[in-house]
Design a protein around this ligand. Sequence first.
Ligand code: NCD
Length: 475
Amino acid sequence: MSTSSSTKDTVPDPAGADVPAVTAGEAPPAVRHLVSIDDVTNDDMRALFEHADRFAADPRAFADTCPGSISASLFYEPSTRTRLSFESAMLRLGGGVLTAAEMTSSSVVKGESLADTIRVVGGGYADVIVLRHPSEGAARLAAHYSPVPVINAGDGSHEHPTQTLCDLYNLHVERGRIEGLDVVLAGDLRYSRTVHSFAYALARFGANIVCVPQPGFELPDYVVHRLYEEFGVNPMRADARRLGALASNSDAVYLTPQKPHQLSLFTDARGWEVQQVDAVYMTRPQTERHPNQELSETAYLRLEKRAMAAESLRDAVVMHPLPRRDEISPEVDADPRSIYFKQAARGVPIRMAILAWLLGRLPVGEITGSFEGGIGSPVPAGPNPCPNPSCISRTEARHVAPRLRLVEREPLRGVCAYCNREIPFTVVGCSSSGIYHAPDSPSVRQILDEHIVLLESATVAEELGFRAAVVPGAR
Ligand code: NCD
């Protein structure tokens, strides 16, 4: 599913490290990373679930799986479940753990770049790195520099693929399938990274998503766009009256991969009536990532006993990645449909499966994964085209070179190789000829992928030394 391409040239980088070139005939290093949910196929996930079932059945019986292996937890943001479940998983597999959970006590305070920290920790200290970082795309950058597998344990509001594997594993255990389920995603859908990775994966499995956002905290356009463009998901306004108190102050949106695509985004006036729901996935307000946005706790969606009485939720399991604040009332804990503590417990066996896979201790070839650390092509000197202020290419601008990944040639679309945000452009340059063109010019088709430069404007193109193409017939 991944569209990432491995760059095998030697690439100069301001951080000082040239990525080693892999010459023809030489096998690339067999390092697999888990940076995005795109890095595992649906079959990979099913295989991981089977291993997780084995580990869950007798967690103490697998201490001979990874003896002598060491995982390093590098946490630049707080965590309870993700870090401790990874560490528990590693210990249960017979390995050891190193923890830098309080990065303010590390060399970061001395100004060390993430790339340098990763090269040090991956260069002999640990066999796998579990990274949580506030900047989007941080894990992608880390994978680029790391000689050992990097696991993204959350990068800003971007992705959290191992929480998604845990969430899907829970659906698989509780519901026996993911295909065709109706899953409500509720709360802060804008800044919840767990929601973003989960939405992509649900769409890939052919599940339907009912978005019940906190007003003002809807799924970001770039996520909706990607669901539409890459996963064929069709968003429709939904009539959520059957969700009762859960959706009373929110407009629901129904995202379905099963409908034809003729309807344009959010314009379907007919709406879609939400019937029976299989799971409600509640999230807390991600206040640490709300720039200038006041959100009163009292106004936030809250799942109460009364809401659970809705007929449409009769068989729905209630999930939450945790930590919870006030969005699920404690009286819902005793409801047999509430599985959020079981969900957290299942984080250990699924993370045992993830670690054993990335450390090469599951049957070879069984789980393929698709991401080997490729990271698109460097953008020539000039302003960083990534529009996302929380991207690692902006927060570590001194150390990180902007990079572009082309996702489509016609129409031409490129994203920031770190945070996947769409790069806006009005003209297209060719780094080989030094000429820039209008995006719809036939000449653009002739430019090789690695020579494409997406430029904000003709002025920026000329400031960078590009010359305008001579249009035939123009005077
Ligand atoms: C989530 C996270 O860190 O994104 N927590 C987790 O990993 N279980 C959810 C959250 O913090 O709200």
